[in-house]
Design a binder for this molecule. Structure first.
Ligand SMILES: [Zn+2]
Ligand SMILES: [Zn+2]
Length: 345
């Protein structure tokens, strides 16, 4: 028997026991050390799905996770008990997109923690051995969890290709936005003008090096005397995120959309976008980013801990969903710890 958090429908998260399935020969069993609550998990909770990916039967979310190996993994030189991260994206490896190097766009993907595939908000999980990512053994379980969202940020900045000292508008200072902010600085971008409606997130963005931080895109427009910035990165959950990104962009500018909008639709006045002649990219998940994510954390160039605001035991995970969905004060990133005896102090 194992316990897990099940999402049954919008607004319905429950902890329940279940029988762990049998593993396959290409899998290894992990004791889950820590799991991140991601904005996409929250979309499943708030909306009951993301576009066509809807909850049809109760499923276990959780794609950002770390765990301890329950047996040796000689293929990777790892022993039983080693802390590892897991890349949740099990691409097919043989479709045209995988072969072109875009495993993040594979239409045949088995993504751990996206319906119908169960995720890691549970005590134990079988994962394909090839998805196990070794991490430095001085990493905490939360550090290893944060490699996945950090990978999303690295991928977004890879797509954005900031020029040296280029001014950037950053919309949204949630966990992904705050990680993008830090990666932009490592990548040599110039001033980052950020906005977020929540004051505690504004303060974090200031602490992490944003040049100016406001509550809305109007302030970014004002700071640039109405011109906008040459590069805009959008990491909000708002249907207006696309529109606001357009408003923050200079004529001929570049834009990368990372956020997932509530309700799965954008609000966008076409003329505003068209008249600027923008170059727009949509970012999905990530490419081959784990080695760089590990190096950024190991060298201290990115402070993933600064983004983590709350820790919850698995039993309290439904409460974590409730608080995030309600935008409770101070919530940024929550980490869930499924082993009650191994919660950090
Ligand atoms: Zn995520
Ligand atoms: Zn594929």
């Amino acid at each position: 028997m194992s316990r897990a958090l099940f999402l049954h429908a919008a607004g319905d998260a429950r902890i329940a026991p279940y029988n762990l399935r049998e593993g396959r020969a290409d899998e290894i069993l992990l004791d889950v050390a820590a799991v991140g609550l991601c904005g996409s998990d929250l979309h499943y909770y708030k909306d009951g799905g993301i576009g066509a990916a809807a909850i049809r039967e109760p499923f276990i979310p959780g794609h950002e996770f770390s765990g301890w190996l329950t047996e040796d993994l000689p293929e990777q030189g790892l022993g039983r008990g080693a802390l590892v991260a897991v890349d949740p994206n099990h691409a097919c490896g043989h479709c045209a997109h995988c072969r072109a190097g875009h495993a993040n766009l594979c239409p045949n993907v088995v993504f751990i923690g996206a319906p119908p595939y169960d995720g890691a908000m549970t005590e134990r999980i079988w994962v394909p051995k090839e998805l196990v990512v070794p991490v430095p053994q001085d990493f905490t379980p939360a550090d290893a969890v944060m490699l996945e969202p950090l990978g999303v940020a690295i991928h977004a900045v890879d797509l954005a290709r900031p020029r040296l000292l280029e001014r950037v508008a950053l919309l949204g200072c949630g966990p992904i936005g705050l990680l993008i902010l830090q990666v932009l600085r490592v990548a040599g971008a110039g001033e980052v003008l950020a906005c977020d409606p929540l004051s505690h997130r504004q303060q974090l963005a200031r602490n992490l090096g944003a040049a100016r931080v406001g509550a809305s895109v109007e302030e970014i427009v004002e700071w640039t005397a109405g011109e906008g910035t040459p590069l805009v990165i959008e990491a909000t959950n708002a249907p207006e995120g696309f529109r606001d990104a357009v408003r923050a962009a200079r004529i001929g500018g570049r834009m990368v959309l990372v956020g997932i909008p509530d309700g799965d639709s954008y609000t966008l006045p076409a003329s505003e976008a068209r008249r600027r002649g923008l170059n727009i990219k949509f970012s999905r998940r990530m490419g081959h980013v784990y080695p760089r994510a590990i190096e950024l954390v190991a060298t201290g160039k990115v402070d993933v801990g600064a983004v983590v605001s709350h820790s919850f035991a698995l039993a309290d995970a439904p409460e974590a969903f409730r608080r995030h969905a309600a935008n409770a004060p101070g919530m940024v990133k929550s980490i869930i710890y499924p082993q009650p005896d191994k919660m950090p102090a």
